[in-house]
Design a protein around this ligand. Structure first.
Ligand code: 57M
Length: 358
């Protein structure tokens, strides 16, 4: 909105020229989302408590009994403050920005329905696994189909560290992109089991993708770094900035001991949009490094379940996802979260190094 209202005034007052710059608007999108979260958070948490949107804790497995009754569905806070901030600072004529908003909101809605069924309707399982998966594929499919129809689309896959390895996936790009989005969404969801555990690496991954998206949208920079250049995608930097801000604002309340959990409305939407942004800037494979922590958590579940079935009941980890294993061997919750953040920072730095190491 500011871009449309204030930038035209630069003809009269040159200061307003600053609203043209993506970097300026991204920084203020971050600040706006962060402040909105911190300001609105206490009201939302009080409201969630009042209407009894509270987490029911599985008491049998971990020592989370003292978390019983913590309000959940705090992802609404992330969604609302992020969206408001993007509407204020973004160029609202940009198709990539709207596609990102569509995907983020679509997955948010799936998560909201799932949470609502579990938390409010007290249906233990929420949406069925099949139903949830189908809804995710539908929303992701719609976004990717529109993306494929845009002029800047390319089905080429850029392989990190190998400049000349660029296979063209052709029509296979569609199922590949769906797997990236749905996989990323579920990876964040599985990770969201300790205070601050999912949102910390989200902030780090979003920060990293901010740089990748900015570079992809900047033809000269992309050419210099020899990465894919996608005209117009740079505007999604504003969304990334707002995601970092909303993530920091949510962490304010989700830091140990958490006053609120994000719920599926938060984890599914955040995970999906990280995948989508990686697709937009043609860094699909780098996402495996950027979101390496989510990958490790997911792989720990696959290994645990596979081994359990194969051996007829034996386990590799005390419990999966991996964070539960560390909990069960006695590592304090906040130590696990902070150590996982440190690993995420390390992975983000490796991911950024792919910009140069080609
Ligand atoms: C998300 N949800 C949390 C909260 C959050 C296949 C299997 C591995 C699936 C997995 C699973 O259900 N994953 C889905 C995990 C839950 O958090 C809610 O869910 C939202 C995210 N979707 O926002 O609303 C609990 O996590 C804790 N929590 C915090 N702080 C936070 O900021 O402490 C969440 C956010 C909350 C709270 O206790 O209630 C969850 O874990 O349920 N299943 C599991 O993760 C289970 N693992 C398991 O059964 N492992 C087996 C097999 C199947 C691999 C094994 O190893 O043998 C764990 N679930 C729980 N305890 N509750 C086991 C331990």
């Amino acid at each position: 909105m500011f871009y449309h209202l204030l930038f035209p005034l630069s003809d009269v007052v040159s200061f307003f020229n600053v609203f043209r710059y993506i970097t300026f608007r991204s920084v203020y999108a971050l600040v706006t989302a962060l402040l909105l979260c911190i300001l609105l958070g206490p009201r939302l948490i009080a409201w969630l408590e009042r209407i009894k949107y509270k987490q029911n804790i599985q008491e049998d497995v971990t020592n989370h009994r003292n978390k019983q009754g913590t309000p959940t569905m705090g992802g609404i806070l992330v969604w609302g403050s992020l969206l408001l901030s993007v509407l204020l600072w973004g160029d609202l004529t940009n198709t990539y920005l709207w596609l990102t908003i569509f995907l983020f909101s679509g997955f948010g809605l799936i998560g909201f329905i799932d949470d609502y069924l579990k938390v409010v309707k007290k249906q233990n399982k929420g949406l069925s696994v099949k139903g949830k998966f189908l809804a995710q594929v539908l929303v992701a499919g719609a976004a990717v189909t529109v993306l494929i129809c845009l002029p800047g689309y390319s089905s080429v896959l850029y392989v990190p560290f190998f400049k000349s390895l660029q296979p063209d996936l052709g029509w296979l790009y569609l199922p590949f992109a769906l797997a990236v989005i749905v996989g990323s969404s579920n990876g964040v969801n599985l990770t969201d089991g300790l205070d601050g555990l999912a949102i910390g690496p989200t902030i780090i991954a979003a920060g990293c993708l901010t740089i990748f998206v900015y570079v992809a949208g900047h033809a000269r920079l992309a050419d210099y770094l020899q990465v894919a250049s996608v005209a117009g995608v740079g505007e999604v930097t504003v969304f990334c900035g707002a995601l970092v801000g909303a993530g920091l604002g949510f962490l304010w309340f989700n830091a140990y001991p958490a006053q609120v959990f994000m719920g599926d409305v938060g984890s599914l939407s955040i995970g999906s949009v990280l995948g989508f942004i990686a697709i937009l800037c043609k860094q699909e494979l780098v996402l495996v490094i950027v979101g390496g922590l989510f990958v490790v958590e997911t792989v720990s579940v696959i290994i645990q379940v596979g081994y359990f079935r194969f051996t007829g009941g034996r386990r590799i980890f005390r419990m999966a996802p991996l964070h539960h294993h560390f909990e069960m061997i006695g590592t304090p919750e906040s130590k696990i979260s902070v150590r996982f953040w440190i690993l995420s920072i390390l992975l983000a730095l490796v991911a950024l190094s792919t910009l140069k190491l080609r």
